[in-house]
Design a binder for this molecule. Structure first.
Ligand code: GDP
Ligand code: MG
Length: 385
């Protein structure tokens, strides 16, 4: 297929590069895994057949899968030096796993592909040749354009529909000129990720979209069509949180990175908290209509509880607290939220004294309280950045 974006000058990414021909390993294939024990050995065999005598390696990045995927991968690595496995403990996330795998590589070119054999490994040599020719910086495999392309391997008709809707919105909103920006199968010059690593989002499922949107129009992108196959063994990890994260990534890119995808999920949880608070307030007042202060206290308590458990379930899913840690986290969250409420009231009162506009003071207080709660909970309760 033709190159989608062609720039006159190759991009100057600023880091010295070893000529690709001198590299010990020509291509690193990064494979994020979560419960893919039955697939890893089959994938290694298929890649071996596809790449023949090319100098390649596979890096499995496993998030401590309960089905012992990492053990299986390491058993292969023990007898095949082309295979490595990074086992991440206490963390979850497809995009973060891919970034970590890519950054652990020293090959000039890196591919990202799924472990479940949905991606056609026979495309790898052609993708590599296109990168080696210097014609493009990134080749994305596409299910939606070109001869032989097809997405029939998507698990359900609903997934297929969702994928197409997401594609169109991304192409319109972010001006990403890829026919399949949600593809999890692509190959690129490693330096592209080295250059942008600090601005890529570790949250979410859609690493290709993030790389292309972050690198901007200087990145020369090509596409290769393929037929997306049904999953070999195991089950998909796509769920509603993945969809929320995706919306978060798009909004984050639209806000030029000011709002992180995590913050947007947090804001969404905060909005549900507001609804819960109103319902709880109404309920209390319906029973005891004369006592507003205790009603408000009760409703706030319900909202804080709602927010804590939803944040633990969604916003910080990758760092989810369980058992005693969850209860300790709840206590911490209550303290932080109380301090946040004090900050909220303090800022609102101060602003109202300067400029007596109730909506401005109220909004500023709420923003202040929200930002405080987010940054403190992030650091102290879930201990992420
Ligand atoms: N390391 C890591 N890999 C993941 C995670 N979620 C999904 N994966 C892997 O990412 C790839 C794509 O996931 P999959 O469930 O097949 O998504 P789908 O093809 O969109 O249904 C597979 O190899 C999964 O094992 C995660 O949280 N961490
Ligand atoms: Mg899959």
């Amino acid at each position: 297929m033709d190159t989608v974006l062609v720039e006159e000058e190759p991009p100057q990414l600023g880091l010295p590069e070893l000529p690709a021909t001198q590299a010990v390993i020509e291509l690193s294939i990064v494979v994020p895994t979560f419960c893919e024990a039955e697939n890893v050995a089959v994938l290694v065999n298929k890649v071996e057949s596809a790449l023949g005598k090319r100098r390649w390696e596979i890096i499995f990045v496993d998030d401590d899968s309960s089905d012992h995927t990492a053990e299986r991968a390491k058993a292969i690595a023990a007898i095949d030096q082309r295979v490595r496995c990074i086992r991440r403990v206490g963390r979850r996330g497809l995009a973060g796993a891919c970034i970590e795998g890519i950054l652990s590589s020293s090959a000039p070119f890196v591919a990202v592909m799924d472990a479940d054999l949905q991606h056609d490994e026979t495309l790898l040599p052609r993708m590599l040749s296109r990168l080696e020719s210097g014609e493009v910086d990134l080749v994305a495999a596409t299910r939606y354009a070109g001869e032989g392309a097809g997405a029939d391997g998507l698990a359900t008709a609903r997934r297929n529909q969702l994928s197409r809707i997401a594609n169109v919105s991304v192409q319109r909103l972010l001006a990403v000129r890829l026919s399949d920006p949600m593809s999890g199968f692509f190959m690129l010059r490693r330096q592209v990720v080295e250059e942008h690593a600090s601005t890529l989002s570790a949250d979410g499922f859609k690493i290709l979209l993030d790389i292309v949107a972050t690198a901007g129009p200087r990145l020369r992108v090509g596409e290769e069509p393929y037929r997306f196959r049904p999953r070999h063994a195991g089950s998909s990890k796509f769920d509603s949180r993945t969809a929320i994260e995706f919306a978060g990534l798009v909004l984050s890119k639209l806000s030029f990175g000011v709002c992180s995808p995590r913050f947007l999920v947090y804001a969404l949880v905060g909005a549900t908290g507001l609804g819960v608070q109103m319902v709880a307030l109404l309920g209390f007042l319906a029973i005891d209509g004369d006592r507003f202060a205790p009603a408000q206290l009760f409703a706030t308590g319900v909202a804080v509880t709602n927010n804590y458990f939803l944040n633990n379930l969604l916003t910080w899913r990758d760092r989810r607290l369980k058992g005693w840690q969850m209860l300790r986290g709840f206590a911490g969250f209550c303290v932080i939220s109380t301090a946040g409420a004090v900050a909220n009231i303090g800022v609102a009162e101060w602003l109202f004294a300067q400029e007596p506009k109730w909506w401005l003071a109220g909004l500023a207080g709420a923003v202040m309280g929200g930002l405080w709660n987010y940054s403190m909970s992030s650091r102290l309760v879930w201990q992420s950045r």
